[in-house]
Design a protein around this ligand. Structure first.
Ligand code: IPE
Ligand code: IPE
Ligand code: MG
Length: 246
């Protein structure tokens, strides 16, 4: 059966962001080590990317590793980085087949050299693709992103490149990692946690939030469809009254 029939193609979220959470608990439930969960999480990533491609979603942004995740046990961090490298290698073909452009946000320089190189290579080799933009948030922290933007803008003010009066939302936007992405329309977090964990604080100002009590490795196409249908049944008022919208 086609899962997509109930989705209104004219009202798709342009930008979906996902906090892929719950790999560790998924593994623990099965009496396995946390890294087992991360390995299975890759399958869910592949499936989510494929579903979004089929649906013609323009932008998909996945929270894969936060600035705070560096504080995890060394072995877990190493495993996550290893999984990143091998997945990028494996997926390049699929990205090109499906016209996906890979993008990354976060402190990419802080990643292990091998991971940063692999990432750079796949980004380069998919840069001509014109379909979905898939953004991986890696060593990403929203506060760090804002701090860097404030620093850069301050330097420009100090050097008389811009004046303080010029600083508006558009200028702030151009100094964020996400400068070439539209605002998030739908933010999905798995695992039953109801928090943002330092993800895209500026960019989700008017996003619709959707929390689902399923661990990331179990997140399926049907869950994504449910989230989109739920999103489509909401009224996005952006501060206006309901009457003004009609
Ligand atoms: C999400 O799953 C993956 C990353 C943060 C890299 P977790 O590893 O946070 O799994 P839980 O939340 O501990 O179950
Ligand atoms: C958020 O998950 C980061 C990613 C999904 C990559 P965490 O598991 O790190 O978040 P907290 O610590 O529970 O808030
Ligand atoms: Mg977690």
């Amino acid at each position: 059966m086609n899962h997509f029939t109930e989705i209104d193609k004219a009202k798709l979220p342009r930008h979906i962001a996902m906090i892929m959470d719950g790999n560790g608990r998924w593994a623990k439930q099965r009496g396995k080590l946390r890294v087992f969960g991360h390995e299975h999480g890759v399958e869910a990533v592949r499936s989510a990317v494929e579903s979004c491609t089929k649906l013609n979603i323009e932008y998909l942004t996945l929270y894969a590793f936060s600035t705070e995740n560096w504080n995890r046990p060394k072995l877990e961090v190493q495993t996550l980085m290893r999984i990143l490298v091998s997945s990028l290698r494996k997926e390049l073909k699929t990205f090109n087949k499906n016209n996906i452009r890979l993008n990354a946000i976060g402190n990419i320089d802080s990643l292990p050299k091998k991971a940063a190189q692999e990432l750079e290579e796949v980004i380069k080799k998919t840069s001509e693709n014109t379909g979905m933009t898939l953004t991986l948030a890696l060593s990403y922290g929203s506060r760090e992103e804002l701090k860097l933007a404030i620093k850069e803008i301050s330097i420009k003010v100090k050097n008389n490149i811009i004046s303080p009066e010029d600083i508006d939302e558009a200028i702030i936007n151009t100094h964020l990692y996400t400068h070439d992405l539209p605002d998030v329309d739908l933010l999905i977090r798995t695992s039953g946690e109801h928090r943002i964990s330092n993800f895209l604080l500026w960019q989700i100002a008017y996003a619709e939030l959707y929390f689902i009590d399923v661990f990331w490795p179990d997140f399926s196409e049907q869950h994504l469809v449910d989230a989109i249908i739920n999103y489509q049944n909401r009224e996005r008022r952006f501060g206006k009254t309901s009457e003004q919208l009609n």
